[in-house]
Design a protein around this ligand. Structure first.
Ligand code: PEP
Ligand code: MN
Length: 338
């Protein structure tokens, strides 16, 4: 970080400024200019808050050189992180992991049946929401614990690890018991208490990008979980809110090469929420694999028109099988497999 102080800043102010920075554990190198005093900060600047620095009336300019995240930073961890989700490895160079399942868990029989179908289609993991973040309080809110138990049952039956969304910190014990990968939904990406709680578990976390969050804010959310001690974080792009209305969200596939460059964390793409339209899911899935995604999470339902949530963006098991089949060919072109 480079900071310049205004001309004629009293020396006593300069000294107290340097002291406060050194108190944050960084080395401060002063360069006397003719008009400005410039300070180069060396060391770990993650604790130096740019906004606090700017609040000092003697500060003229602040330029951040290093990213504000450390644990997630590729610079300090050059090799790809591979997250092991109950035996299924996400990340690295080899496999693209296909995750399928309904938006909401709707009952025991349907869950066991869809798990079999996802597996037969080439899926390696089962998704399903038991706690649903719905816009309307009158919409179906999910089966709760009962739904998680059906997921665990489906895992016993098929061997597929399961992923489900956790909305509040007090539910951690049941997620630790029934779920293999804990999803943080887009609406909770900056629920910092939830992130801190997930820092204390060893269960892997699927961290969705917030509806209107920048990539840096998203990486900082991952940093919260990692700083708490849980480094098993998988990033998930699910589209962001833009002015466009032909799609539910705008799926930002540029995050794949950007995250690969900035971080070492695996990246999974959700083309279902990313588009909101089952007709667009296959094309965006193939594009995501071509761009280097480590996995895809896709909504699959036996009968999308009868789904209790997100039917319009859900694939039938047959359509999911086709995405897996075509996806495998694209994966092979980019030196991977499914
Ligand atoms: C979901 O996965 O069903 C979901 C609600 O996702 P998001 O948080 O991305 O909207
Ligand atoms: Mn959904």
């Amino acid at each position: 970080m480079i900071i310049s102080l205004k001309k004629n800043t009293p020396e006593a102010e300069v000294q107290s400024f340097i002291k406060s920075l050194e108190g944050l554990g960084v080395e401060v190198n002063r360069i006397h200019g003719t008009d400005y005093d410039v300070f180069g900060l060396v060391g770990d600047t993650t604790r130096v808050d740019e906004k606090t620095i700017r609040a000092n009336p003697y500060v003229d300019e602040v330029t951040r050189i290093a990213a504000p995240y450390k644990k997630a930073n590729r610079l300090f961890h050059p090799q790809d992180t591979v997250v092991d989700v109950a035996g299924v490895k996400i990340g690295g160079k080899e496999k693209v992991v296909m995750i399928g399942g309904p938006c909401s868990i709707e009952g025991e029989e349907l869950t066991l049946d869809i798990a079999e179908k996802v597996k037969a289609a080439g899926g390696r993991m089962l998704r399903g929401g038991a706690y649903k973040p719905r816009t309307s309080p009158y919409a179906f809110q999910g089966l709760g614990t009962e739904g998680l138990k059906y997921m665990a049952e489906a895992r016993e039956k098929t061997g597929l690890p399961v992923v489900s969304e956790m909305m509040s910190a007090d539910k951690l014990p049941e997620f630790e018991e029934y779920v293999d990968l804990i999803q943080v939904g887009a609406r909770n990406m900056q629920n910092f208490d939830l992130l801190k709680t997930l820092g204390k578990t060893k269960k892997p976390v699927l961290l969705k990008r917030g509806l209107s969050n920048t990539i840096e804010e998203w990486i900082m959310a991952a940093e919260y979980i990692m700083a708490g001690g849980n480094e098993n974080v998988i990033m998930c792009e699910r589209g962001i809110r833009t002015f466009e209305r032909y799609t539910r969200n705008t799926l930002d596939l540029s995050v794949i090469p950007i995250l690969k460059n900035k971080t070492h964390l695996p990246i999974v793409i959700d083309p279902s929420h990313g588009t909101g339209d089952s007709k667009l899911v296959e094309a965006m899935s193939l594009a995501a694999i071509a761009a280097g995604a480590d996995g895809l999470i896709i909504e699959v339902h036996q009968c999308p028109k009868k789904a209790w949530s997100d039917g319009a963006q859900s694939l039938t098991p047959e359509a999911f099988a086709q995405v897996v089949e075509k996806g495998r060919k694209i994966a092979q072109v980019v030196g991977r497999d499914i």
